[in-house]
Ligand binder design. Structure first.
Ligand code: ZN
Length: 85
C-alpha cells in the first residue's frame, strides 16, 4: 500500500485517525492529484485503511470534500489556529 496512489474507493474506506495542517509540500494531493504548492494549505491525514495505516495529503478544499463537505471545525483550520497563536 505504501507508495501507491489510492483510488477513490480506497479513499472512501479510509478512516482518518490524526490530521495536521500546514503549507503545501509540493507533492500531489491524494484526492485531485494536483500538486499542493507552497502557497496552498495542505492537510496531512493519517488514516486507517484495510488494517494498515496510510498517510494522505489533501488541499484544504479536497480534504473538505473528502470528509463529505462538513463544515470544518475552527480548531482544524491551520489558518485560524495560526491567528490564535
Ligand atoms: Zn486536491
Amino acid at each position: 500500500m505504501n507508495g501507491s496512489r489510492l483510488n477513490v474507493a480506497a479513499l472512501r474506506r479510509a478512516v482518518p485517525l490524526r490530521m495536521w495542517g500546514g503549507k503545501g509540500s509540493g507533492l500531489p494531493c491524494d484526492f485531485c492529484r494536483v500538486t499542493v504548492g507552497p502557497d496552498d494549505v495542505e492537510y496531512e491525514v493519517e488514516a486507517q485503511l484495510d488494517g494498515g495505516t496510510v498517510m494522505l495529503r489533501f488541499h484544504y478544499r479536497c480534504h473538505y470534500a473528502w470528509t463529505g463537505g462538513e463544515e470544518p471545525r475552527a480548531a482544524e483550520d491551520p489558518r485560524i489556529a495560526a491567528d490564535r497563536a
